[in-house]
Design a protein around this ligand. Structure first.
Ligand SMILES: [Zn+2]
Ligand SMILES: [Zn+2]
Length: 136
């Protein structure tokens, strides 16, 4: 009667419902260490599975865009070039040119010049794009 979890043929544990345990022992804390560990492992596995699926879906979306939308592809390449330039110090991250916010994004007025950027915070970046429905 000590361990109420049952090992299934696939090696996972099935749990006796918590209420059973509670009814017998009174509190949640009375789970055996093994039961607690198995329960933790179960949630850990479930979380890992879920985020892996989300990551896969996001990657697939990105992949599809990249191959089906030439504009997106060009923007992705320019964004990558921009990130590289920032990393190697060719490009210096500056505050928003409009309001001075520190978390500015690189805006490219001309995508053929990946190193010519304007620094704009998210809000002002969006505003620029709303006015001229062009590039990132
Ligand atoms: Zn701004
Ligand atoms: Zn932009």
């Amino acid at each position: 009667m000590r361990d109420q979890s049952q090992r299934r043929s696939d090696g996972r544990y099935d749990f006796a419902p918590l209420t059973d345990v509670n009814a017998k022992r009174g509190t949640r804390r009375s789970l055996t260490a093994e039961q607690r560990e198995a329960r933790l492992a179960y949630f850990r596995r479930r979380n890992a599975q879920r985020s892996a699926e989300e990551k896969k879906a996001a990657l697939l979306r990105e992949h599809r865009l990249y191959h089906n939308d030439p504009g997106y592809r060009a923007r992705a390449l320019v964004r990558a070039a921009t990130r590289g330039a920032i990393r190697t110090g060719k490009l210096i991250r500056l505050p928003c040119e409009v309001c001075g916010a520190l978390n500015a994004e690189a805006h490219h007025p001309d995508y053929k010049k990946p190193l010519q950027v304007e620094w704009l915070c998210r809000r002002h970046h969006r505003e620029v794009h709303r006015r001229a429905t062009a590039v990132s």
